[in-house]
Design a protein around this ligand. Sequence first.
Ligand SMILES: *[C@@H]1O[C@H](CO)[C@@H](O)[C@H](O)[C@H]1NC(C)=O
Ligand SMILES: *[C@@H]1O[C@H](CO)[C@@H](O)[C@H](O)[C@H]1NC(C)=O
Ligand SMILES: *[C@@H]1O[C@H](CO)[C@@H](O)[C@H](O)[C@H]1NC(C)=O
Ligand SMILES: *[C@@H]1O[C@H](CO)[C@@H](O)[C@H](O)[C@H]1NC(C)=O
Length: 460
Amino acid sequence: MTPFFYDHRLCSLAAAATPLLAAARFLISVKEGMTMDWEPWQALQRKSNHVVVKLLFLAIFVVLSFRLLFSLFDEFRPVPVSPADMAAREAPAESMVADVLGLGDDINGNRCDLFTGQWIPNPSGPTYTNESCRFIEPPQNCMKNGRPDTEYLFWRWKPNDCDVSPFDAKRFLDTMKNKNWALVGDSILRNQVQSLICLLSKVEEPVEVDHDEQYKSRRWHFHSHNFNISLIWSPFLIKAEIFENDEGVSKSESRLHIDTLDHKWTSLYNSFDYVVISGGQWFLKSAIYVENNKVVGCHYCPKLNLSEISLEYAYNRVLNAIYSFIKTSEHKPIVIYRTWTPQHFEHGEWFSGGLCNRTEPYKAVESGGRDVDNFMRTIELNAFAKAVAAEETWSGARLKLLDTFQLAVLRPDAHPGPYRAFHPFEHGKTVKVQYDCLHWCLPGAIDVWNDLMIKLVMDE
Ligand SMILES: *[C@@H]1O[C@H](CO)[C@@H](O)[C@H](O)[C@H]1NC(C)=O
Ligand SMILES: *[C@@H]1O[C@H](CO)[C@@H](O)[C@H](O)[C@H]1NC(C)=O
Ligand SMILES: *[C@@H]1O[C@H](CO)[C@@H](O)[C@H](O)[C@H]1NC(C)=O
Ligand SMILES: *[C@@H]1O[C@H](CO)[C@@H](O)[C@H](O)[C@H]1NC(C)=O
């Protein structure tokens, strides 16, 4: 099982490495009669001891250095707007949100903006441990995997104008008697659900009553409260044909039906009282877009003769389809949209030795997040603000924004990093390990997402 890679063969910047990958594949298939999709450099170093191969490699390297240089200039092509464009769009997004809401309120109309603040020291630490919760999946169980530093556990989120305390699991379960929750999304959302279950299992441990073959969609039942949590695996939220093998290696571009929601969650929608939805990193992958059952274009498929469709257009289309479904559905659960997750790879990208080795949060001024992350979240804020503005016509459907983006941006220290694997440096510090700077350690900073989510629904 390598759940980590499901979300990591995604970065649009991977496009820059395409020529290298192609060369690596070519070389390796010449020498070994096999193909290799991963870690081309390492593979080459191991396998290219033959002089001829070395020479060939050198020649190709010189050529590719130039190609790589050019493709780096192209790296924003997958998001066909320049960073300057993105910055320019930031302003209208913020003011649109401010127009919809009163100043000083958060986007949900709460008097205190829960999502603007800072991380402050919290000597009492997390409310559960790697030992008290048995629902932590191995790649996020950082302590068990040997992460040596523990400072990342001792921070709490302090909104500027109010306080958030850890949510009261007993009060929550009592309130949620006979209710059904669904959380729909990708592996970051799964990460959040594990945290939620750990926080709740202090009061009652649930029983897993259902799951799909790969344990990606799962359902838990809290017997004494007749309360259920469903985790629904739907990384694109829409109908998608994904061509990946079990290791998460793409065989060809995904086909995304950007006007058709994923039946997996819409077919169950009527049975839920609360639905948490989040889009995410999978949208950064190259993909063929289908509308009305016709291919309308593609997002970064240089090899196919298709017109480029902007990520902004496609993501907007998806979000609008979701809000329009919520709006027109007869059933009116409370719907919470959780915003984009930032990643914190430094000193490289996820595919080129990038890592995250900080041990403290950023101060707010130190980081504004990456352009592409801000860009995607801005699209989400705009779509949400538009949907809220139309709420009067919704006849009672409720919609809330769980805008965890900024508070997550400030926590480069809270990812598993190398400790997604069990004792990664067992065989020495120099061993090359893949870092995870996208998912979150449990316990850890992601627990606060649930504190805020519960606060949003309990402070009705
Ligand atoms: C929990 O973490 C501690 C280190 O903080 C470790 O000694 C212990 O073995 C871990 N237990 C489990 C069950 O992961
Ligand atoms: C929760 O799931 C259990 C077991 O599948 C089921 O018996 C129960 O009716 C469900 N509760 C609600 C509130 O839907
Ligand atoms: C690409 O598509 C365009 C427009 O559909 C067509 O005119 C052109 O011949 C195609 N090129 C190739 C190489 O197929
Ligand atoms: C993090 O890694 C970088 C690059 O290897 C290194 O320069 C830096 O000193 C490391 N920081 C810490 C806190 O280990």
